[in-house]
Write a protein that binds this ligand. Structure first.
Ligand SMILES: Nc1ncnc2c1ncn2[C@@H]1O[C@H](COP(=O)(O)OP(=O)(O)O)[C@@H](O)[C@H]1O
Ligand SMILES: [Mg+2]
Length: 374
């Protein structure tokens, strides 16, 4: 699909200062081994747990050398430099950010890449930031008239001042409720709360991870339906649906990564009409949070009533070959490496479109009017 005269220098940035560091290593290992090396000069860039950048020779999980580097955020010549000498190690044409969670999925890394004038795959700063914040995305979806569960949010500052009010808001929603840190992933800090006596503990647990907490209605019995979405903000393509069947009471961290017993059903067994409706909702949800490039959009389906609710958008979903996102595209007819090519094409397309924008504004000089001149 891409036919450049020389290989494209593609930096795959992974790891990161986030609780999902290890998950990112797995995503990056799969991606790097699937990239077409005739087309790309792949630059594996590991951000370690302290935030240091390292250019790797092997890819995650294999032995190789690791050279500390820093990014020169100069749009005239973005490159990786040797931090000791300041000399250029290698230039970069495009970036595939594969860091899940904090600093990678929330717009921070995307902001650095914008400063450096680099094309990058996936959502921009705004889409990433909203995609990371479970309260803000709900607000936008609510405004767009999309179905979400009853919910409210508050901060660490509100909680000690308004415990009674928060407790009665939760009771009004009706138990069970789910208590979540607003900005996190991998189910970290999330609790299912069956009754008012467990609420304080769950709130304190969520407040360990974020200063903002979301409380929402628990949907039971639950089916979890997910779609992969790709494209521009205005014209997204939506995959077939997939379904997660969690091995635990809910799809918590252990069910996701530890016990390996959760099942992914691709495609999900759903009536065609419902699939169509959900796909339309996924596209609308994508647009209303200013998503671009790729994302996974997850729904809660109440099995007993057939009611559906948007749960969340993941702007850097798991990307191993057996993760839901690539599997959904595979089931929809797109191979793993074709998918990666498409994401890179989209990265260049956005960059080109934005680079045509004027960054200068000449203040129009007006001749003084006669009246003023007098
Ligand atoms: N409102 C809800 N009702 C029932 N189960 C929920 C609800 N919200 C979350 N869950 C369960 O908790 C899991 C993690 O919540 P989610 O909001 O997806 O956070 P994360 O970003 O950590 O994946 C979901 O996959 C689901 O199993
Ligand atoms: Mg989730």
């Amino acid at each position: 699909m891409l036919s450049p005269k020389r290989k494209i220098k593609l930096a795959v940035i992974f790891g990161g200062r986030s609780g999902e560091h290890e998950v990112s290593l797995c995503s990056a290992a799969s991606v790097i081994s699937a990239l077409d090396t005739r087309q790309y000069q792949v630059l594996p860039v590991l951000i370690d747990k302290h935030g240091g950048w390292n250019l790797e020779t092997g890819f995650p999980g294999t032995s190789g050398t690791s050279q500390p580097v820093v990014l020169r955020p100069d749009p005239r010549k973005p490159a990786l430099l040797d931090p000791k000498t300041g000399r250029q190690v290698v230039g970069i044409d495009v970036v595939l950010p594969l860091i899940h969670g904090t600093y990678g999925e929330d717009g921070c890394l995307q902001g650095v890449l914008e400063m450096a004038g680099l094309p990058y795959a996936g959502c921009g700063v705004l889409g990433s930031a909203v995609g990371m914040d479970k309260a803000l995305q709900k607000q936008l979806w609510q405004e767009a008239g999309l179905p979400i569960v009853p919910w409210f949010s508050f901060t660490d500052l509100d909680w000690p001042l308004n415990k009674k009010g928060i407790q009665s808001q939760a009771a009004k929603i009706g138990y069970p409720v789910f208590v979540k840190p607003a900005n996190l992933g991998s189910s970290v800090g999330i609790s299912r709360v069956a009754g008012p006596r467990q609420l304080t503990r769950a709130i304190n647990e969520a407040l360990r991870y974020d200063t903002k907490v979301v409380i929402e209605k628990g949907i039971e019995p639950l089916r979890e339906i997910e779609f992969a979405v790709m494209g521009t903000t205005a014209s997204p393509e939506v995959s077939l649906p997939g379904e997660v069947v969690a091995s635990n009471a809910f799809y918590d961290y252990a069910a996701k990564y530890v016990d390996g017993e959760s099942e992914l059903h691709v495609p999900a067994m759903l009536p065609v009409k419902l699939t169509d409706r959900l796909a339309k909702l996924a596209a609308a949800a994508w647009q209303s949070v200013d998503a671009y490039g790729f994302a996974r959009i997850d729904f809660l389906l109440q099995a007993s009533t057939g009611k559906v609710y948007l749960n969340e958008i993941n702007t850097v979903p798991g990307f191993t070959e057996i993760s839901m996102f690539p599997q959904l595209w595979q089931a929809s007819g797109l191979s793993y490496s074709e998918l990666l090519d498409r994401l890179i094409v989209l990265a260049f397309a956005r960059h080109e479109r934005r680079s045509r924008l004027s960054r200068e504004f000449a203040i129009p000089t007006k001749k003084p009017s006669k009246r003023r001149a007098r």
